[in-house]
Design a protein around this ligand. Sequence first.
Ligand code: NOJ
Length: 542
Amino acid sequence: MDSTSRQDWWRQAVVYQIYPRSFADSDGDAIGDLNGITTRVPYLAELGVDAVWLSPFYPSALADGGYDVDDYRDVDPRLGTLSDFDNLAAALHSAGIKVIIDIVPNHTSDRHPWFREALAAPKGSPARDRYIFRGGTGPDGSEPPADWTSLFGGPAWNRVPDGQWYLHLFAPEQPDLNWDNAEVRDDFRTTLRFWSDRGVDGFRVDVAHGLAKDLVEPLATLAHVGHEALPDGTHPLWDRDEVHDIYAEWRQVFNEYDPPRTAVAEAWVHPSRRRRYASPEGLGQAFNFDLLRADFDAGAFRQVITEHLDEARQTGASSTWVLSNHDVIRHPTRYGLPPDDKQQVAEAWLKSNGTTPELDRDLGLRRARAATLLLLALPGSAYLYQGEELGLHEVGELSPDVLQDPVFRRSGGLHKGRDGCRVPLPWTIDGPSYGFGAGPAHLPQPTWFGSVSVEAQASDPASTLRLYRSALAARRQLQAAETLDWIEGGGPTVLHFTRPGGWQCVTNFGTTAVPLPHGELLLASGPLDGDRLPPDTTAWLS
Ligand code: NOJ
């Protein structure tokens, strides 16, 4: 690799997200761990991914699946040790796979030494200044300082015994940090260096749009703006311009390394402002969740793709494509539910424990395979979520008593939460936890898991696992400059494009088969109908 491509490894990488507690359990305690991931490095290499993104593995009380971090520079003892991390990173690197870790800068956990110190310290102390403490309102201060609500439901303020309140935009166990505090800023740079020195290649930045807040008194009210970031950066909590000063400082740290460390922002911002996060002076890349939110529809896909490629041209970053992650209902399930009001239908389906409305599993999987093959042909990087290579559906069967996600409790049971996509992976057809570990799994796996396990799919050439393997291997060979040309003529329900070098991708979103374009067939997401492309199918040709 020459030095430019060495530096640019991320631009068109396939990044595989691992939710460590649910990937592989090496010691039979029901919780996935770092050594479990290490044992599966050959699997990841065979799958053909370029990088792995590890969701948080830090010490945590799991008030929010590990996004409540007690110590940013250590490993949760249930998941291993720092030396296990080093072994994992070494094993991945020797398999040619880069390592990206999750960094959670908006909030710590309430067990972080800083927060404990803040609680023990008096009002107005430097220890409290690392967080966002304020006096209450109302005659006796018993009302929160502002009307801000938590994204997990309920007020965003919690009262401490001396009467002050602290801000938590997520769970109360996740107090928000004060990014105007110099020590907070310094300490995160130390954390970035700590992991970069250990060989970490990049960072996924949690809630990247939330760090800078307007905390000038009187605090702004949210009553009229809600939680959507605004197109002009004036929201008191989200996507304020000042946040980019922080990332400019981080970029200096990233550039101390060779190759520079990379970063990708999780930033739920107005599309016109996403490019700031992706700029080379900032984090360098930002997630685009628009495909993940789009219906399985040619027009919707084309619009998102066109917009994002334009945006990438303007920033110099590469596009990011995502269909599933640990926060959303898996895409085969989304595509297999009635299309009416997507969000409501999906919520209703989850609440009915996966019974109503009826999920069309085959249709959902067919469409998921077609959408994935399309995504993998796009210029830019593809972020895959563990288990999607098995075509896993969301686990709808979880009963309320096993749920772990704070969303369920804090929404008073209104939203069932995100556990259904976090159920430990099935590796074998049977066994106590379908090969996840020697004992049970921390979330119950459904009985259909064995039939979609790695073992069940590995020897079946038509399986989703084999499709992913073939697609990733072919993509490696076919990958070219970051452009595409649309080919018109297939009608409004067909998307057809070529990449430099003659790689063609065609997807039939319609209801009847269409003629396959000329070319040599390389791969298809499902069976073809002679020389015709059936509905809900993608083909690659050269
Ligand atoms: C985004 C993460 O993806 C999600 O899982 C988490 O709950 C919130 N950020 C809060 O950290």
